[in-house]
Design a protein around this ligand. Structure first.
Ligand code: UD1
Ligand code: UDP
Length: 364
């Protein structure tokens, strides 16, 4: 079975890395395609270096990534050429970005089988671009690698056949376990940012619903100001958010420590040493849970309800009262939950399944 892997953004690089490593470990051939949806060093190269990933075999470098149509359309046009040349039997994608949708759509047109890593997540918010992407990708896929039985149930309820769905956990755990953050000199790291352990919040924001409109971003900054009443705040800023702040002429409160997007190991180490994570990121809701750091989610909903159910995550939107209540609830509490996101063996299970299916095909 000839495998192609398509990745395009920061979280895809991170969460697909354990699968890439497992394929390498078993000496299974694959081609790696980078859509270059993310292209800045801080959102791209740094993760290839830190995670010791191979250079992509193909980089698509679309002419324009402006807006959904250019992003999805240009990636589709370029990836079709690669698929026609390489003729893979199986495409692996991870998550819910425009890169995922574009890659899967062309694979489906060319009758290439699709394996979707992190299948079955639903926020049930159709205004979210990611919700449309993940739903469509799931329904085009042949192998749906679901995180927990909750996602499996969602997929079965949507009419997807049980034979296609495999509960494997989330590769975010594998990536985190392999990051070896226990070897990081945390004292040095905290000194670098003038922070004290468990005495600061990590803040991130990049969702379109929070940062694309001036009034939403102003509300988000109001939430940020609330955080500074409690503790120091470090904010590694996403380029989308930086662009909006500049466009609308909005200022970040002076006391917030703003940095460029950070490398994975440094970032995870800071989360581990923080008192709380306040975010609209999907991956951070999982990583904070795994690292036993409370998370407050600045969204109206989440596709990671398990984290809310076990008490590691509170969803508050941009509601200041709810935010304050969540901070008060978490600030002096001791984390007591067990992560539902898996055991760090997800990539192994995914590659086992791929090998099993490919051997079954050979035997026919
Ligand atoms: C994308 C994904 C989102 C994911 C996020 C991870 C979609 C619809 N969105 O959102 O699901 O959570 O990645 O971070 O696929 N930019 C740069 N440099 C870069 C990349 C982007 O400056 O390397 C700027 C550009 O101005 C660009 C904007 O950020 O227009 C948004 O980038 P885009 O990839 O469209 O969306 P993200 O917000 O990154
Ligand atoms: N991340 C990072 N540096 C940062 C911010 C995030 O390495 O400055 C990592 C984080 O640990 C997680 C992933 O990027 O693994 C999450 O990416 P993002 O929040 O952009 O996307 P989402 O998970 O919301 O799709």
């Amino acid at each position: 079975m000839k495998i192609a892997i398509s990745i395009g953004t920061r979280p895809e690089i991170i969460k697909m890395s354990p699968v890439i490593k497992e394929l390498q470990r078993r000496k299974i051939n694959f081609i790696l395609i980078h859509t270059n949806q993310h292209y800045d060093k801080e959102l791209d190269d740094v993760f290839f270096q830190e995670l010791n990933l191979p250079k992509p075999d193909y980089e698509l470098h679309p002419d324009s990534l402006e807006d959904h149509s250019h992003q999805i359309g240009n990636i589709m046009i370029r990836i079709e050429d690669v698929f026609r040349k390489e003729k893979p039997d199986l495409l692996l994608v991870q998550g819910d970005t425009n890169s995922v949708l574009a890659s899967a759509l062309i694979a489906s047109k060319l009758n290439i089988k699709i394996g979707h890593v992190e299948a079955g997540l639903r926020s049930y918010d159709q205004t979210m671009p990611e919700e449309v992407n993940r739903r469509l990708t799931d329904h085009m896929s042949d192998f749906l690698f679901a995180v927990t039985s909750t996602q499996e149930e969602i997929l079965l309820e949507e009419g997807i056949s049980k034979e296609k769905v495999f509960v494997v956990g989330n590769t975010v755990v594998d990536a985190l376990v392999n990051s070896n953050i226990e070897n990081v000199d945390k004292e040095e790291l905290l000194k670098k940012y003038n922070l004290k352990a468990k005495d600061f919040f990590v803040f991130t924001a990049h969702r379109a619903s929070n940062v694309d409109a001036a009034e939403d971003l102003e509300e988000l900054l109001r939430c940020l100001r609330i955080l500074t009443n409690y503790k120091k705040v470090i904010w590694p800023i996403h380029p989308r958010t930086e662009r909006s702040l500049n466009k609308f002429g909005l200022d970040i409160p002076a006391e917030v420590l703003v940095t460029k997007p950070l490398g994975y190991i440094e970032f995870l180490s800071l989360i581990e040493k923080s008192s709380m994570v306040v975010t609209d990121s999907g991956g951070l809701q999982e990583e904070s849970c795994i690292l036993k750091v409370p998370c407050i989610t600045l969204r109206e909903n989440t596709e990671r309800p398990e984290s809310v159910e076990i008490g590691s995550n509170i969803v508050v939107g941009r509601n200041v009262k709810k935010l304050q209540a969540a901070i008060e609830q978490f600030i002096n509490s001791t984390p007591h939950w067990t992560s539902p996101f898996g055991d760090g063996m997800s990539a192994k299970r995914i590659v086992d399944l791929i090998e099993e299916k490919s051997n079954a095909k050979k035997a026919i």
